[in-house]
Ligand binder design. Sequence first.
Ligand SMILES: *[C@@H]1O[C@H](CO)[C@@H](O)[C@H](O)[C@H]1NC(C)=O
Ligand SMILES: *[C@@H]1O[C@H](CO)[C@@H](O)[C@H](O)[C@H]1NC(C)=O
Ligand SMILES: *[C@@H]1O[C@H](CO)[C@@H](O)[C@H](O)[C@H]1NC(C)=O
Ligand SMILES: *[C@@H]1O[C@H](CO)[C@@H](O)[C@H](O)[C@H]1NC(C)=O
Ligand SMILES: *[C@@H]1O[C@H](CO)[C@@H](O)[C@H](O)[C@H]1NC(C)=O
Ligand SMILES: *[C@@H]1O[C@H](CO)[C@@H](O)[C@H](O)[C@H]1NC(C)=O
Ligand SMILES: *[C@@H]1O[C@H](CO)[C@@H](O)[C@H](O)[C@H]1NC(C)=O
Length: 402
Amino acid sequence: MIVVFSLHICKRIFQSLNSFTAINMIRAGRKFSRLPTLVGAIVAFVIFLFLVALISPDAGPGGGSYYERLSELSTWTVNQSVILTDYLDLSNPHTFLLQPEQQISYNGNPENLTSPFCGPAVQILIMITSAPNNSLSRNAIRETWGSRNYIWPKGVRLAFVLGRSTNETIQKRVTKEAEEFQDIVQEDFLDTYHNLTLKSMAMLKWINLTCSVNNDMSSSPVWVLKSDDDMFINVDRLLKVAHDNPNSKMIGRLTCGALPIKDKNSKLYMPKYLYPSPVYPGYLSGTAYLLRGDMVPTLLDNSLTIPLIHLEDIYVTAILARQSQFFPDDSPFFTYNRLNPKDQCAFRYMVTSHQVTPIEMRSIWTNLTKRLPVPCSPKKQTWLRRIPKMTKRYRKLCSFPQ
Ligand SMILES: *[C@@H]1O[C@H](CO)[C@@H](O)[C@H](O)[C@H]1NC(C)=O
Ligand SMILES: *[C@@H]1O[C@H](CO)[C@@H](O)[C@H](O)[C@H]1NC(C)=O
Ligand SMILES: *[C@@H]1O[C@H](CO)[C@@H](O)[C@H](O)[C@H]1NC(C)=O
Ligand SMILES: *[C@@H]1O[C@H](CO)[C@@H](O)[C@H](O)[C@H]1NC(C)=O
Ligand SMILES: *[C@@H]1O[C@H](CO)[C@@H](O)[C@H](O)[C@H]1NC(C)=O
Ligand SMILES: *[C@@H]1O[C@H](CO)[C@@H](O)[C@H](O)[C@H]1NC(C)=O
Ligand SMILES: *[C@@H]1O[C@H](CO)[C@@H](O)[C@H](O)[C@H]1NC(C)=O
């Protein structure tokens, strides 16, 4: 038993080493050498084995349930429905509390109703999941990498997806903001961390309803990017990744062999009654993933029959995608780590980076648009050249289809 478990841990350490080194390479001023990382990993492994031996399964806090994922989630209880349509009416356009006034009629012909967010001329529709009170983050995005003047000429559109707030002051502000900017989609469900899966599904619902013309998705954008409001996105690099992967259905940062979190105090805790398998299928980080627009109806249709779990990225990019007969592709240019905001080389080459404050977003943007010579060290340049090879190796490690 312990041996099997240790093998799993070995695999995990190898994988985290893999992504850890990749991220470290791109950080400014960090000297990179495999040796200290390797020694660190071995030490961590030994400490881990020690801990495993120390805390035997029945001695942990809360007895066996701590290790067996038996604790109940207060937000998604044992007896609560996990049927998506109990929370979202996927075919009803009238449940949206707010959405852009997107209907533009061509030639006055109502059959040709379409939207600036749809159609094959839209290369990428960026949908940013955001919370009602996060107007500062939304404004930072609107004024920097997501500004209309900058992205619309590139065939890129951007909208925010929100749930409902119980605070009337906040809700009123959101309504005003939506009227002013015409870029907010708000669906009628409670906006909480454990409802993020509903948010992603509301996003797919809105695209499916808004971009269907004459009952087909010929009017879908080429790609949809789902991302968060604390992400810095390099739109030119994003377009390049999309362009370089015409056969992919989904692209982002891939994680394989991840185990459901057993600590009931973690916000990623996954009880067995919601997800019984001991390991997650390969999934893309929910911080940002690209999805082909014409896959939207397929994903939605499959969501009708697949039980919900509260971890959005695992539900959409692993479970729904598999059910839809496609597998996500890895791009090391998508990072879910926080990059050093002063590392101009990183922001020049990476598609995404995480945990960027509104203030940092503005200063990164100011420097990026100055087009100063890129201060990339030779080591980083070598790493950048190795990326395509790394991608291939990682894909092999995931051994699709799982
Ligand atoms: C769930 O529902 C079943 C049957 O309705 C009931 O017997 C059980 O006590 C409920 N469990 C919890 C934790 O509420
Ligand atoms: C509008 O729709 C008609 C038929 O429904 C089609 O022939 C025409 O090409 C469409 N025009 C545009 C601009 O899409
Ligand atoms: C909303 O965000 C502001 C900061 O942007 C914060 O001061 C305020 O406490 C937040 N309100 C709620 C209800 O969380
Ligand atoms: C509602 O939000 C406003 C603005 O953030 C805040 O000042 C107020 O305390 C909140 N009210 C409640 C009941 O949380
Ligand atoms: C999620 O949203 C639904 C619908 O608004 C609500 O009933 C439920 O309590 C919310 N769940 C969480 C965990 O916030
Ligand atoms: C998505 O849109 C298509 C039309 O383009 C429609 O046939 C399908 O029923 C929609 N899916 C859902 C789940 O509503
Ligand atoms: C912006 O560029 C200046 C000059 O190159 C540099 O000193 C500063 O640290 C940079 N700031 C960020 C956030 O990259």
